[in-house]
Design a protein around this ligand. Sequence first.
Ligand code: ATP
Length: 257
Amino acid sequence: MMERLLLDVANVSKCFGGVHALDSVGLKVPHGSIVGLIGPNGAGKTTFFNVITGLYPADSGIFLFDGKSYVPESVSEVTQSGLARTFQNIRLFGEMSVLENVMVGCHCRSSAGVLGAIFRFPSTKREERSIRDKSLQLLAYVGLSEYAAMEARNLSYGHQRRLEIARALATEPKLLALDEPAAGMNATEKLELRELLLRIRADGKTILLIEHDVSLVMGICDSLTVLDYGKVIASGKPADVRVHPEVIRAYLGQGAV
Ligand SMILES: Nc1ncnc2c1ncn2[C@@H]1O[C@H](COP(=O)(O)OP(=O)(O)OP(=O)(O)O)[C@@H](O)[C@H]1O
């Protein structure tokens, strides 16, 4: 049976001066799957995320999201269409509370405009209550309820990463793109992250994951695409990718596979 693709991109290229960060990269993400994007440092993984989420314009590429052509030129439009991401370097609003950080994510789906915010119409107040409730539910979902009132900057590193995931989920994405969510986590936090990602998939979301922790990636991904020097060198099921000669060559010396 043909898999229904949520993200289907082809021939994506991006140069920075003389550096070919992405060279005709193609990647397919089926609905309801976890797809891993891996590769050595500098392979082009984050650049790929930046391009598909509208942060950097691609030099070329064909982009389909949920069966429709899309032009990833604006982060807000990409988010509206259902693609949310987290960042390798955590980007939370440190002085806002944990709850407020999630509420910010919810606002991308709210209808109250500037007038509503100024005049506080009854409909605006109702919407704000429902955003608050939804944010509290999301905090419970990622296991951060007890920290709702704390300033985000005071959370532990692992909890900050979970908060980023909650904020991304608040935008009601179809595709959640996570850039190294396990970076800096200890073994227990990684296990908890693994459970959370599996739960997110079981609840019907699709995940695209950049991650250097190979055992995490091999353990939860349905398929993997491997980049090296901006090119796809392998893609397929984790068990096949793990023994692919090009992948072994690219990681040789790093002991990663
Ligand atoms: N804004 C930029 N300006 C210039 N060069 C860039 C820029 N962003 C990325 N690059 C270059 O593009 C290449 C790919 O970088 P990228 O950060 O996408 O790799 P990566 O696979 O995500 O690496 P890592 O695993 O270390 O995060 C590198 O050579 C990098 O130096």
